[in-house]
Design a protein around this ligand. Structure first.
Ligand SMILES: CC(C)(COP(=O)([O-])OP(=O)([O-])OC[C@H]1O[C@@H](n2cnc3c(N)ncnc32)[C@H](O)[C@@H]1OP(=O)([O-])[O-])[C@@H](O)C(=O)NCCC(=O)NCCSC(=O)C[C@@](C)(O)CC(=O)[O-]
Ligand SMILES: NC(=O)C1=CN([C@@H]2O[C@H](COP(=O)(O)OP(=O)(O)OC[C@H]3O[C@@H](n4cnc5c(N)ncnc54)[C@H](OP(=O)(O)O)[C@@H]3O)[C@@H](O)[C@H]2O)C=CC1
Length: 434
């Protein structure tokens, strides 16, 4: 991804202390949003029931989630403001904090990606000579590619389309030998599921004929291992130091914490959940399919048959902390709900990404930032101080606090490191008694 000389400055100081309306005005100023977008983002019924009724089945209404903006992000030298839709406290704060640290190296996060190649699978059964079938399917490669591309002239005109095929052989299974043909399709700016499913269904008769078998399934694979996005970050110990922990100790702590996830699947699951804390909110905000992203991420996290960490954290020769994340990222700018949900469109206007690949790269950078935040906290003071201080507002709401009471009760809960509903009730009673 090329850095471009955008004037946007994502370092919005004091942003957290504003009201939601003030934050929206500041966002609009920083991102150059027009009045219509501001009105849309402020509208509690931005997704009208009529529109929702066209999106899924048996609609009875809409369900809202908080939308926040992560500040401070600099990726490949360009600033981004990141819309995040998530129910969990401390996620947006943590991403913003690590982005603040990462930008200290001027370039921020560095990203790259492969072409947006999706796989679709065609399952062939009743094949007596699976290895022979493989070669017969490969011999029909050109005809299969042409038949796939005939299904999406628009995609081909945009520079995408079916590029190649692969044939995987399973000589034994409980239903006999199985041959699976993969279509490898460049889906450009689409997530691509519908696109490649249409192609897979169209080429099935050709595959059946070539293989001399019977086709059963024709569906994409969510293990999008040819559609990878990558992010890395390099930060100095000085940028990581706090009042109580030296930068060197912080680097050691993060590297040791990461190694735990690299070798132990029980830890890797939680570690990767922390990465998805950053990724899913961007996927949801842009109207993309978060189940597809989750499925791809966790399948890709299995290496040599063992579930492991998606990130690496190391110390370079100069003592800097170096983090990397590489994972499938099948995101679209067209298709699915990205075009039908008005807030997904507004989110894309905030992000100012021009291609699905750019969106994928930004999203993995947020995942890497989120993982860094969790490891930084876990390796030092523990997760509870920062997380529970922000969760305290939820607890105050559960205890019945309203309006300004929420912040007042939450502050007292966090200051006492005692974030419980019964304590919140006591504090609320005391507050109301004056
Ligand atoms: C929560 C913090 C950031 C506090 O950290 P802190 O040291 O109290 O923060 P601070 O007050 O010094 O502020 C530093 C920066 O953080 C941001 N920030 C700070 N507070 C806010 C706020 N209220 N609203 C918005 N932004 C906030 C903000 O960018 C601010 O800089 P500024 O821009 O203001 O100059 C830190 O403790 C942290 O990063 N903790 C990790 C939190 C986390 O990972 N949460 C995810 C949920 S836990 C989980 O589900 C995953 C896990 C942990 O299990 C994964 C795993 O095990 O690997
Ligand atoms: N396992 C899974 O993950 C599955 C997911 N899904 C769902 O599929 C949806 C995503 O499918 P997707 O194929 O992206 O959606 P769409 O079919 O809605 O959009 C893709 C189509 O958009 C058109 N298009 C216009 N501009 C572009 C461009 N710049 N780049 C690429 N295509 C362009 C193309 O052709 P044209 O204009 O000719 O249509 C293309 O075929 C999501 O809702 C997902 O939830 C569905 C099944 C399974």
């Amino acid at each position: 991804m090329q850095a471009c000389g955008s004037a946007l400055n994502s370092r919005l100081e004091n942003y957290r202390n504003l009201t939601p309306a003030e934050r929206l005005a500041e966002l609009a100023r920083a991102a150059g949003l027009d009045a219509a977008d501001q009105a849309l983002l402020a509208d509690p019924a931005a997704l009208a029931v009529d529109r929702a009724n066209g999106m899924i089945e048996n609609v009875i209404g809409t369900f809202q989630l908080p939308m926040g903006v992560a500040t401070n992000f600099r990726i490949n030298g360009r600033d981004y403001l990141i819309p995040m839709v998530v129910e969990e406290p401390s996620v947006v704060a943590a991403a913003s904090y690590m982005a603040r640290i990462a930008r200290s190296n001027d370039i921020g996060f560095e990203t790259s990606s492969t072409a947006p190649i999706m796989r679709a699978q065609v399952q062939v059964l009743d094949v007596t000579d699976p290895w022979g079938a493989r070669l017969r399917i490969l011999a029909a490669r050109e005809a299969i590619i042409a038949a796939a591309n005939a299904k999406d002239a628009k995609l081909v005109s945009l520079g995408g389309g079916c590029r190649d095929i692969e044939v995987h052989v399973f000589p034994e299974s409980r239903v006999g030998p199985m041959v699976v043909m993969h279509l490898l399709v460049d889906v450009r700016d689409a997530m691509g599921a519908n696109t490649v499913n249409t192609m897979a269904e169209a080429v099935a008769p050709l595959v059946e004929q070539a293989a001399g078998g019977r086709v059963r399934l024709r569906i994409l694979s969510n293990l999008a291992d040819l559609r990878l996005a990558r992010a890395s970050v390099r930060v100095s110990p000085a940028a990581l130091a706090t009042k109580t922990v030296s930068g060197e100790d912080m680097v050691t702590g993060i590297v040791e914490a990461a190694e735990f996830a690299a070798i132990d699947p029980y830890r890797a699951a939680t570690h990767n959940k922390g990465i998805m804390n950053g990724i899913d909110p961007v996927v949801v905000a842009t109207g993309n399919d978060w189940r597809a992203i989750e499925a791809g991420a966790h399948a890709f996290a299995v290496k040599d048959g063992r579930y492991t960490s998606l990130t690496t954290w190391e110390r370079d020769r100069d003592g800097n902390l170096v983090g990397t994340l590489e994972m499938p990222m099948a995101l679209g700018l067209v298709g699915g709900a990205t075009k039908t949900h008005p807030l997904a469109q507004a989110a894309l206007r905030i992000l100012k990404v021009e291609t699905a690949q750019e969106l994928a790269e930004v999203t993995v950078a947020v995942g890497l930032a989120q993982n860094m935040a969790a490891l930084r906290a876990l390796a030092t003071e523990g997760i509870q101080r920062g997380h529970m201080a922000l969760h305290a507002r939820n607890i105050a709401i559960l205890a019945g606090a309203e309006g300004a009471e929420i912040e007042a009760v939450a502050k007292q809960l966090a200051a006492a490191h005692d974030v419980r509903v019964d304590r919140a009730r006591e504090l609320l009673d005391a507050l109301r008694r004056g």
